[in-house]
Design a protein around this ligand. Structure first.
Ligand SMILES: CC(=O)SCCNC(=O)CCNC(=O)[C@H](O)C(C)(C)COP(=O)(O)OP(=O)(O)OC[C@H]1O[C@@H](n2cnc3c(N)ncnc32)[C@H](O)[C@@H]1OP(=O)(O)O
Ligand SMILES: O=C([O-])CC(=O)C(=O)O
Length: 379
């Protein structure tokens, strides 16, 4: 078959540049992650709030005091779910996968969004604000319902980090938990053209709506090669169970050519700069919880995988033991990733709408050509 394209096949689109973007700069050789010009280390060390980072990703500038107060109010006021979405959460099977519930609830929420059908840019910013506000409410409310607990009304005055714990447990978290969770939300907020963000942009580029794009992204984040890895890391730690079993577990897994979850990255060839913060927070959270074994086992796994395979931990590795030490259930780890990444997904969808072109790559055809059709009666 004649070839009508000059470009050659690149497995997994590795290093292929698909669009320009002002949102996030990733230097895989130096291990640098920059949101709209700000290094994540400066955002974390400067005690930025997650809300400031969301504003930065969407508008390209950090908010001043008045802009931040207004933005916090907008988010706080939009946390409550539409009754139809709440009823969906009450009716869905209690043993459902939390990411599947989130994916379906977000898709459902789009139908009841007050701006449904309005595709103006302003309406899309309002939809993005509702998504940032309501995804944590969906995640925490379903968790309570499935545990036989009554949903909790959101408190519009709380920060995103505090609100998550209040909606889950009914109590505002202590200072360390609030700070650690806020940091984790900042670190997961955006990451250039990762698989789920790309998926959101592909959907948006057909000029489909914001909720369709985010539904695509949630389905993509769920996979264990992407956001789903954080849950798999904790399952691995629990399965190993004890420091004495770490080395044999890793040796067996590597000998069987199984992937060690939370290691490796398509772009970073150095330490993932997010892991640097999450490692410290995991250690501190373990000390405060009075159980350091998950952190210590993680450190040992890190050493072994580095020595034996030359691989570094990614964002999903230390977030697992951190969340576990903060008392969060393992099956909420990937939905928590979505509570943060919704900021980056929506920033990219808005950017796609501002400067759109349909995303439609080609495949290199490897199947047969010119086969002779045989009628059904002769096959
Ligand atoms: C938020 C995020 O999405 S971060 C990533 C989260 N995912 C994970 O932690 C899952 C484990 N990691 C992986 O599967 C991969 O490293 C990915 C998916 C992140 C990147 O994948 P790719 O860039 O396609 O790299 P690929 O899978 O081809 O790996 C290259 C080589 O390193 C090996 N390798 C990569 N990651 C790992 C790992 N975690 N454990 C063991 N070996 C690994 C591969 O087996 C392969 O070896 P080979 O060349 O001998 O066959
Ligand atoms: O960039 C990627 O491929 C995956 C990742 O680390 C992220 O989405 O945070």
């Amino acid at each position: 078959m004649s070839k009508d394209t000059d470009t050659s096949f690149v497995a997994g689109l590795e290093d292929v540049v698909s669009n320009t973007s002002d949102i996030c700069f990733l230097d895989g050789k130096e291990g640098r992650l920059v949101y709209q010009g700000y290094n994540i280390h400066d955002l974390v060390n400067g005690n930025a709030s997650f809300e400031e980072v969301v504003y930065l990703l969407w508008h390209g500038e950090l908010p001043n005091r008045q802009q931040l107060d207004e933005f916090n109010q907008q988010i706080g006021r939009q946390r409550a779910l539409a009754p139809e979405v709440l009823n969906f959460l009450k009716g869905v099977r209690k043993d459902a996968n939390a990411m599947e519930v989130l994916r379906t609830a977000v898709s459902f929420a789009g139908i009841y969004d007050p701006d449904n059908g309005d595709e103006s840019y302003e309406a899309n910013v309002r939809k993005a604000t509702r998504l940032v506000a309501q995804i944590p409410t969906i995640v925490t409310t379903f968790e309570r319902i499935r545990n036989g607990q009554a949903p909790i009304d959101p408190d519009p005055e709380l920060s995103a980090a505090s609100s998550f714990f209040q909606l889950l447990t009914g109590r505002v978290p202590d200072e360390f938990t609030e700070r650690a969770f806020n940091t984790a939300l900042i670190l997961h907020a955006d990451h250039e053209l990762n698989a789920s963000t790309f998926s959101a942009r592909v959907t948006a580029a057909t000029l489909s709506d914001m909720y369709s794009a985010i539904t695509s992204a949630i389905g993509t984040l769920k996979g264990p090669l992407h956001g789903g890895a954080n849950e798999q890391v904790m399952k691995m730690l629990l399965e190993i169970g004890d420091m004495s079993r770490v080395e044999s577990y890793i040796d067996e897994a590597l000998a069987a050519k199984r992937k060690i979850m939370g290691f490796g990255h398509r772009v970073y060839r150095t330490e993932d700069p997010r892991a640097t913060h999450l490692r410290k927070l995991s250690q501190k959270a373990g000390e405060l919880a009075g159980e350091t074994k998950w952190f210590e086992m993680s450190r040992r796994i890190e050493q072994l995988v580095k020595d034996k395979k030359g691989l570094n931990p990614n964002v999903d590795f230390y977030s697992a033991s951190l969340y576990y030490s903060l008392g969060l259930p393992t099956h909420l780890f990937t939905p928590i990733f979505a509570c943060s990444r919704i900021s980056g997904w929506t920033a990219h969808v808005l950017e796609q709408y501002r400067n759109n072109r349909l995303i439609r790559p080609r495949a290199e055809y490897t199947g047969p050509t010119h086969r002779q059709f045989v009628p059904l009666s002769e096959r």
